[in-house]
Design a protein around this ligand. Structure first.
Ligand code: ADP
Ligand code: MG
Length: 603
């Protein structure tokens, strides 16, 4: 084919495709304009999920009648004059192309009235088949005091993609489009809690957020109105201020409640998400995510917001600052409060499973290689048991021990709460950290328990060459093992944390796990201490160690009060007492208020 210039209409439609992919993108752009115009109230109306109509009304400062035609032109903006202005940008928009793009793919009408009391409301529309702009014409007084303000703007986009079948067929059901709109609206609403946001869909009210405090809005949106404790922390570095809210006890199967706001801008940036999830690593069940919201104030010179067509990703000059900011703030929260799960509401059992504190290399030395508690350790003073306990576990004393529930849960009467500890999960955590502490000290085989009768575990002989280089990992964990014959690994000693129950099966699982590990040759950490090798790959180690801890504790070990309290004590010395190594919660607290609800003592 020869080269030809595209017709202006096709060129516009193609350019629009970068910015506008679905109704949610239209709503996001229009709301950003409303916020840039200083609106304190915005209302969005959809018909058929936005396919028939998207309307956004605001009470912002409006557009002068002389400027109306320009507002719809591509590369026309009131927010930026020179490229240097990008360095000090405070508005959400800056490219001057949203309205032009929306006008290229739908019937666009803009109605606006500036605050000047003499000014009248004017309306202008764009014919998207000819790209012709109507004359701005005064609108009768029916328009006016919307949202309690005589000034503002109403923008309508009708028949989105109706002329572009190739795009139209990619739109989802009205319901899915509505929920995508709602999601973006909620993010922007979090970034601007002093602004009221309403969403109507086919005459139903979907969202009605009144102006409120940041914390209230976080509760309403991120915690979905549930009464989980909300923890906050801040951290600061030159050019970067971070405030995080974390909904303790809420864990979800998706990342929708993991929200990033940078300078009032709602983003879906992969790097930020990674930095936010870091502190929760290892302590989350696979496929589970926390609910948290991060407010970042960044010096505009430190970021580039102009890297993504829909402005949902940005580039950081120094991403390290970002990671250490999150480690400090979120990591600190998780360490201080733990993720004791609270029973939120009798009806919301699906979100009850606890989160997820992070995991930091360098396990607590105090644990050493103490064996797990098997029998009551007599002679401990109640006082001494409580010493040095994590504040959140301090209430669990022997005299408050009620007994064992379902042969699994230790129950404690702790003031206005019922404390429940999953003894198996707690044991796993304690053993895991002991194992890890010892492995990190590289004391290896000294701390093993010799087996009276060595145990043989079998593996596929063809995998011998893969197994051999990994055996050093086993010895660092406290196993003594050698290849004994084709497909046979002989274990002479096991770590003291291991019991001998079902030993053969567990050793077999361990080998399977060992063989399934990807031995990555990576990470700067590894290079700094070559030779010490694999163990330094934290993730690798954790996988193996958590497998090692997945033992079959006999169900129904009956613990006495002292044994139970000693377990709590050991648990509390763990770096991450709140979850077993696989992310299941170890501790749950049921507030008294919950019981009163059950027995209808509260109205
Ligand atoms: P940008 O936001 O990047 O400037 P847009 O195409 O979104 O580009 O908008 C073009 C211009 O129209 C804006 O710069 C602004 O001056 C004006 N404008 C758009 N929407 C509104 C609104 N709701 N209230 C006031 N002015 C608006
Ligand atoms: Mg804009």
């Amino acid at each position: 084919m020869r080269i030809e210039r595209l017709s202006p209409r096709v060129a516009e439609q193609i350019a629009a495709g970068e910015v506008i992919e679905r109704p949610a993108a239209v709503v996001k752009e229009l709301l950003e304009n409303s916020l840039d115009a200083g609106a304190t109230e915005v209302a969005v109306t959809l018909r058929d999920g936005g396919k028939a109509l998207i309307e956004v009304i605001d009470n912002g400062h409006g557009i002068n009648v002389q400027d109306l035609p320009l507002a719809l032109a591509r590369h026309a903006t009131s927010k930026l004059r020179s490229i240097e202005d990008l360095e000090s940008l405070r508005t959400l928009g800056f490219r001057g192309e949203a309205l032009a793009s929306i006008g290229a793919v739908s019937r666009l009408t803009v109605l606006s009235r500036p605050p000047d009391s003499a000014a009248q409301a004017h309306s202008i529309s764009l014919d998207h088949s000819t790209l012709e702009l109507s004359q701005a014409h005064p609108e009768p007084a029916t328009f006016g005091h919307f949202l309690g303000s005589p000034h503002g703007t109403r923008i309508r986009s009708e028949g989105l993609f109706s002329q572009i079948p190739a795009r139209l067929k990619f739109l989802k059901s009205a319901g899915s489009e509505l929920s995508a709109v709602r999601e973006w609206m909620e993010r922007l609403a979090l970034a601007h809690p002093a602004v009221g946001f309403r969403l109507y869909s086919d005459d139903k009210t979907v969202l009605n957020l009144r102006p409120q405090s940041q914390e209230q809005r976080v509760r309403e949106i991120v915690a979905e109105g549930e009464d989980f404790p909300i923890r906050t922390a801040e951290s600061q570095a030159p050019g970067l201020k971070l405030k995080v809210y974390w909904v303790q006890g809420m864990s979800l199967a998706h990342t929708r409640n993991l929200i990033q706001l940078v300078n009032g801008r709602a983003l879906r940036d992969r790097l930020i998400q990674q930095a936010m999830l870091g502190p929760f690593r290892q302590a989350l069940l696979p496929g589970k995510f926390p609910a948290a919201c991060a407010f970042l104030e960044v010096d505009p010179r430190e970021i580039d917001v102009n890297v993504h067509p829909t402005k949902t990703e940005i580039r950081f000059l120094e991403s390290r600052k970002l990671f250490s900011g999150f480690d400090q703030a979120l990591g600190g929260l998780v360490r201080d409060h733990g993720s004791i799960s609270y029973v939120a509401s009798p009806l919301s059992s699906d979100v009850r499973t606890a989160p997820q504190p992070g995991f930091i290399l360098g396990a607590s030395e105090t644990l050493g290689s103490q064996p797990p508690i098997q029998s009551p350790s007599l002679g401990l003073e109640e006082k001494s048991i409580n010493q040095g306990l994590h504040p959140a576990l301090a209430g669990f004393t022997p005299s408050q021990f009620l007994g064992v529930l379902f042969r699994t849960y230790l129950a404690f009467d702790i003031g206005d709460e019922l404390g429940l500890v999953d003894q198996h999960a707690a044991h796993e955590r304690i053993r895991f950290e002991a194992l890890k502490a010892r492995a990190l000290k590289r004391a290896s085989s000294k701390d093993s328990q010799a087996l009276l009768i060595p145990e043989v575990a079998r593996f596929d002989p063809s995998q011998q060459s893969e197994l051999e280089p990994r055996l050093s990992l086993l010895s660092q964990l406290g196993f003594e093992a050698e290849i004994f014959g084709p497909g046979q690994l002989l274990f002479r000693a096991i770590p003291p944390e291991w019991t001998t129950n079902d030993l053969r099966v567990r050793l077999k699982n361990l080998i399977d796990r060992l063989l399934s590990l990807e031995l990555a040759v990576e990470s700067s950490r590894t290079q700094t201490q070559t030779g010490e090798s694999l163990l330094l790959d934290e993730k690798l180690f954790e996988k193996l160690a958590s497998e090692a801890c997945r033992s079959s504790i006999r169900a129904g070990d009956r613990l006495e009060a002292w044994g139970a309290a000693t377990l709590i004590q050991q648990l509390s010395r763990c770096e991450h007492p709140w979850n077993c190594p696989h992310g299941r919660p170890t501790v749950t607290r049921v507030p008294r208020a919950r019981f009163e609800e059950w027995f209808q003592r509260t109205v």
